[in-house]
Structures are given as C-alpha cells and as structure tokens.
Design a protein around this ligand. Structure first.
Ligand SMILES: [Zn+2]
Length: 530
C-alpha cells in the first residue's frame, strides 16, 4: 500500500528534536545503471555513495527505503568491446558486472537490489513499456539520417558539435554520418505536457540550477528520438517488429520500473510496482539530464505511468579539470583511495567536499587536506581527548550531561540544519551542520579545560556534555561513515547498532546515561601526510 506524502511529508522532517515520529514512509532511490564498457571508477562511486548516504539517512528517519543500482549491458559499445575481447556479449558483460557488485560491497553500499539489463525481469518490463507507447501512437517508423557519436550513442545536430571538424562536445572526436530506418519516439508532442508537469512540481529537480537546465532543454524545442536499430543484435527486440532491437534509452531507463516488478506478475513476494513507483529520487549526473528529465517523463506519460517524484542531479567529479572517463584516460580507481584514507575517510570526502550539483575537482592533496582537518583534527581529536580525560578524571566511566548545557542548543540547531541539508540532497551541507556541533564541543572543552581541573562534579558535567555530543554526532554521521560512526558509538559505551537509532527522537539532548566504560583505542582517523 502506498502511503501518501501528506501523512509523512516535510512536517516530520523539519519537526524539532523530540517530536513524535510518524509511521514509516516508503522511499525509492536509484542510481543510474552503469555501462559495463568500463570498470567502476570514481565517477560511478560518487553517485553511488551519495545514493547510499541518502538511503541510510532516510532509514534513520524510519523510512522504508529501496535503493537500486545496477549495470547497463546492451548496445553497440558493448557489442564492440566484446568482439575486441574475443567474447560473446553475454560472456563479456558477465565478466564485468560482478566488478561493480564487488566495488559497491567494498564501498559499503547498502543497495537492496542490483539490476542487470540482461535479466529476464528487465526484458519483460522493456517490452511492456515499448508496447504501451506504441499502442498510444507515440512510436512510429521513419528514416533517420544524422551525425552520430558512437561513445555517446547519440545523434547530434551540427550546431551542437565542436567546429571545425564536427567533433562530439563530450568526447572531442569526430562523429559519423548514419542513415537508417528506425522507430522514433515522438518526443516533440510532449513539450507542453512536460512543462505543465514541471510547473506543478517545481522542486522535483534538485538542485534548482540543474533543474533549470532541463527546463531550458524543453523550452528550446524537443526533437523526436530514435529508439531502435536493425544494425545491432545485442539488445531487446521490439515486441511488434523483432528485427529491430530497442536502442539505449527505452532499454536503460526502464530498469527503474523493472526492479520494482513492472511488466511482471505481481506475486513475486515484493508486491507490485505501484507500491514503490513513482521513484522518489533518481540520482543522476548532469550529462544525462536530457534523457532522465526530458525523455523519461515523456516516455512514462505516453505509457500511462506517473513520472518520478524527484531527481537529484550531480555535477562531475573532475580530475585535473576534465570529466573522468575511459576515453580521456584520467580514471581514478576508488578502491585505491580506500587504501589511502580508509573507507569512511573516502566516503566522507566524496560527500563533504563538493556541493552536490556542482563540479568537484578531485586531487589527492585535497583528499588528504579534507581528511586531516575534519576527521583527524576535529572528530578524531574530540573522541581521543574525551576518552583520555574520562580515563584520567572519571575512572574511565562515562558521566551524564548537563540538561541545561550550552551544547544542548547547538545540538538542536545542528540537527535541524542536518535535516535541512539532506532534505535538499546536499550532503555537504548536512555534514557541515553536524561539524558545527563537533567544533562547538571541542570549544566547550577548551573553555572549561577539564584536563586541568580536579576530578569532581564540574569535570563530570563537562565530560558528560562532550559524551552526549559525541552520541548525537555518531548518529548524524552514520549515513556518511557507517563504520566510523559505530566505532564512536561503541567507544563512548553505547550498545547496539547506531544505524538502528531513529530520528528525530534519538537526537534529543540528554539521553547519554553514563555509567558505562569509555574506551580510548587507536586513533580513529590517524593524521596523514601528503
Ligand atoms: Zn560523444
């Protein structure tokens, strides 16, 4: 049963600490499916970590979240890559897809499902949506001629290309002239319908400046796009004309429906697709805005399916000022970075360093600087000094916070601002809000200097305040750094899983009961040198 937003909407998320938690809301979050012509790289990891943290945040709020990722396995590039590797396309994709599964395991990605477009459930969903759009009269046969970029799998008009030389604007290589009989999706008929829909859903695309780019594309006029090829075998045949296979977008985008059971018998044990659809967040990069925010809602409208509720559009994580891609050869393997700064150090950097929607420029020096300032010097130092002073002045036993501590108000503000950051899918803002509490707690210790005082009620109170702040911090950073949050949680003597805490109640000041052993342990974030 779908629960309406009005029951669990923004009121709850902006509600103050200690408010009654409402019933769980269903939330469906997706990443793009990644094309298996390359192995997982930092660009893939970026979007996937954002989706994972968003998912974990909503789980803390008590929402019932389904988080989907997967691999895109059809098309010309795969056919060509398989041929080059001397493999069948299926054997080739079977060799690459597990590398994505494994990469996401190592990055501690809490996806509930991993869809491959070569699976029967996906093929069934694609056949269903194609047939519906065809029956609606929005797919028609026509002759296509145009300038085509093979890596993009897109036709370009001359004014979109870099001149002289008709170079692809993404790949900066010459496009090719193609002419063939294709089926076309009549996107041009959807201009007004899309603009009307977005006018009624003005915050569906986040952040706003990326959404405005999509609206600009629609207002600039929409062209029908080709959806089939006869020249390629590696794909899903059109149900009414199987000598054509569907090409690129009907295949790729439909994964979001396929994973929740669209086009399949609804007795699969997970309910029907209407339980999860429309998706709450499609996380995408800015380079696929046209397909996700223009093509996709039009395709859904044609098929009689509600468009998604939201898109969260990221910029590119650049490396030396260029988009990271196989073609440009500047691919950073995310798994190598884990070895340098630890898994959670890497996740934190990805989430905190760049405002989501803007381009980020990855540098190793930047990674280390961010790690040292926020993790080693702030959070790590706070945890270490609290454990040290509790060990020396409180017999290693945690003490209770002061209900009227000045940190109580700081914690309440940090919580409200953290909520606000996640609400607009700005993890960097959410984490910065949490860091305000970390900095204030370090400041509270420096102002009171408990390490210089004699043991007694004053020291106990100050250390109780710091322990309570760390308890709240552990919860608020859990979506970004699940393992580090659990370590903080256990070192201050808390039991159970920090991820099982439920907000907003768990963020209310004064719940650290004390009377439990506080352990120092090794440095959680040892300082790094470049
Ligand atoms: Zn291209």
């Amino acid at each position: 049963m779908v629960r309406t937003v009005s029951i669990n909407g923004p009121d709850r998320r902006t509600s103050s600490v200690g408010a009654v938690t409402d019933a769980a809301k269903r939330l469906y979050v997706t990443t793009p499916i990644y094309y298996v012509n390359a192995e997982p790289h930092l660009g893939h990891a970026y979007t996937t970590i954002i989706g994972d943290a968003l998912t974990r945040w909503h789980r803390l709020l008590g929402d019932d979240v389904k988080f989907l990722t997967g691999t895109d396995e059809h098309g010309l590039k795969i056919q060509q890559a398989a041929e080059a590797a001397g493999l069948s396309p299926q054997d080739f994709t079977d060799s690459i897809a597990p590398k994505f599964v494994e990469a996401w395991k190592r990055l501690n990605i809490a996806n509930d499902d991993f869809i491959r477009t070569t699976e029967p459930r996906h093929k069934a969903a694609v056949a269903e949506i194609l047939q519906r759009c065809y029956d609606a009269g929005d797919i028609e046969l026509d002759v296509f001629q145009g300038l085509y970029c093979v890596p993009c799998e897109l036709y370009y008009s001359e004014d979109e290309l870099i001149q002289p030389g008709n170079l692809c604007p993404i790949h900066q290589r010459p496009v090719e002239y193609f002419e063939e009989e294709n089926y076309f999706f009549r996107l041009s008929r959807f201009e007004d319908r899309l603009l009307d829909w977005y006018a009624k859903h003005p915050t569906a695309m986040k952040p706003e400046h990326r959404g405005n780019e999509a609206l600009g594309l629609i207002r600039g006029g929409l062209r029908d796009f080709s959806i089939s090829r006869t020249s390629i075998q590696w794909g899903i045949p059109l149900p009414w004309d199987p000598k054509h296979v569907t090409y690129v977008w009907f295949d790729a985008l439909t994964n979001y429906l396929a994973a929740v059971g669209y086009g399949q018998a609804s007795d699969t044990g997970t309910g029907s697709y209407e339980d999860w659809w429309p998706a709450d967040y499609h996380l995408i990069g800015k380079d696929i805005v046209r397909q996700h925010c223009v093509y996709w809602p039009a395709m859904l409208m044609s098929a009689g399916i509600e468009p998604p509720k939201g898109w969260a559009i990221g910029g590119w994580l650049l490396s030396g000022g260029e988009k990271m891609s196989k073609t440009s050869g500047n691919v950073v393997n995310p798994l190598d970075l884990i070895d340098e700064v630890g898994l959670d150090g890497f996740r934190y950097y990805v989430l905190a360093d760049t405002a989501y929607g803007n381009d980020g420029d990855f540098t190793y020096e930047g990674l280390v600087a961010r790690y040292n300032s926020d993790l080693a010097n702030n959070l790590g130092n706070l945890l270490a000094r609290v454990a040290t002073v509790v060990g020396k002045k409180c017999d290693g036993v945690g003490t209770r916070p002061d209900p009227s501590s000045p940190l109580a108000a700081v914690a309440a503000t940090a919580y409200t601002d953290t909520v606000a950051g996640w609400d607009i899918v700005q993890p960097s803002r959410a984490l910065d809000a949490t860091w305000q509490l970390i900095r204030a707690t370090n400041g509270h210790l420096e102002a009171n200097e408990p390490w210089k005082a004699e043991p007694g009620p004053d020291v106990d109170r100050v250390m109780g305040d710091a322990l309570e702040a760390l308890r709240i911090v552990a919860i608020l950073v859990q979506p970004a750094m699940p393992d580090a949050a659990q370590a903080v949680w256990e070192r201050i003597g808390m039991t159970g899983q920090v991820g099982d805490q439920r907000l907003p109640d768990a963020a209310a000041w004064g719940q650290y009961a004390g009377g439990v052993a506080v352990t120092k342990g090794d440095a959680l974030f040892p300082r790094l040198t470049v």
